[in-house]
Write a protein that binds this ligand. Structure first.
Ligand SMILES: [Zn+2]
Length: 333
């Protein structure tokens, strides 16, 4: 399965391209880049786990990635959800390097980093219970049938060392290495031979989750104390990253003077940057100002080409478009 990069990663990439923090000398450059690198490491870990999941028996599971649902106004996020008629499995993925030690007395996971600093990562047992309870409540709320729910915390980095005292090996039922994941899922299937719900039920649950999924959007501007005025608008050349590049007269295409090309998907990517930095609901005027255009009908034509919905005077940008057109990496020349 091809994973979609999470929205917060894409937001920080847009911020680095369009804010003053693009400059490596800017005081917030390193802070934003470090945050982005952490998110990217997390996503890389998820890609590693997705690679393992490809080896599951075909058609046995519906696999959903990076879902965020709400129950009683509280959001909960699941890295991977495997749905089947036999059981559901919640996977939490951690990509960390160092040593993880389960302390049974205080019921906490202690992470010792390579440089020797230590950090508490909470209680994995109560985290598992909480996630199971939240998902069960969510299913009940929509009158969806319930199969047994299991939870595993998967360490995606083979360099992570897992430790606990000999009397508390039960924790290994919850925390595993990526390489044990397939074996563990097969064991669950052996222990749960009866189907608890039908295949149709599984399809119904997956459809409802996709409909109710609320991907996380950060308010990146206020988080890093920028204003709209700080942002560099216009269309960016996707090849050489020149920003802004001019539009061809009387056409809805942009031409890069630096590398002499008309970059494919350049205006779609610029509109996506606008959405990632500001809002998914916007007016023609707001977008026009950002793109540096004067004609409302040009902007209207661009939105039409992208199949963007319009409700009243506002346009609504679909999440799928964000993941399709956003720039996936930050490359600083
Ligand atoms: Zn260029």
């Amino acid at each position: 399965m091809q994973l979609m990069k999470p929205i917060p990663n894409l937001q920080l990439i847009s911020l680095l391209y369009r804010s003053p923090a693009k400059d490596p000398a800017h005081q917030q450059h390193n802070q934003i880049l470090t945050r982005l690198n952490n998110l990217e490491a997390g996503f890389y870990g998820e890609e590693q786990v997705a690679y393992q999941l490809r080896y599951l028996p075909k058609g046995k599971f519906k696999i959903l990635h990076n879902i965020r649902l709400s129950y009683q106004n509280l959001h909960f996020q699941i890295d991977f959800l495997l749905l089947s008629p036999h059981f559901h499995l919640i996977l939490e993925v951690k990509n960390i390097i160092g040593e993880l030690d389960y302390d049974p007395v205080f019921q906490q996971l202690v992470w010792t980093k390579i440089d020797g600093t230590r950090m508490g990562l909470g209680n994995p047992i109560s985290q598992a219970q909480l996630q199971k309870r939240q998902f069960t409540n969510w299913l009940k709320k929509y009158n969806l049938p319930i199969a047994p729910i299991y939870y595993l915390s998967v360490m995606s980095n083979p360099k992570t060392i897992l430790k606990t005292s000999p009397n508390h090996q039960g924790i290994s039922k919850l925390i595993i290495h990526k390489h044990s994941l397939l074996q563990r899922i097969e064991n669950l299937l052996i222990g749960q031979t009866n189907e608890s719900i039908s295949k149709n039920d599984v399809t119904k649950i997956a459809r409802k989750i996709k409909k109710k999924n609320e991907p996380l959007f950060l308010d990146v501007l206020s988080k890093y104390n920028f204003t709209k005025r700080d942002m560099q608008g216009g269309v960016q050349c996707l090849q050489c990253k020149t920003l802004p590049i001019p539009k061809k007269e009387n056409r809805t295409i942009w031409n890069c003077p630096a590398c002499g090309i008309v970059p494919h998907h350049s205006y779609e990517s610029a509109i996506t940057d606008f959405v990632l930095l500001y809002t998914r609901h916007f007016s023609n005027k707001e977008l026009r100002e950002f793109l540096g255009l004067t004609s409302a009908s040009t902007v209207y034509k661009l939105l039409k080409k992208m199949d963007i919905q319009t409700v009243g005077r506002k346009h609504i940008f679909p999440v799928e478009n964000i993941q399709k057109f956003a720039q996936k990496d930050f490359i600083n020349e």
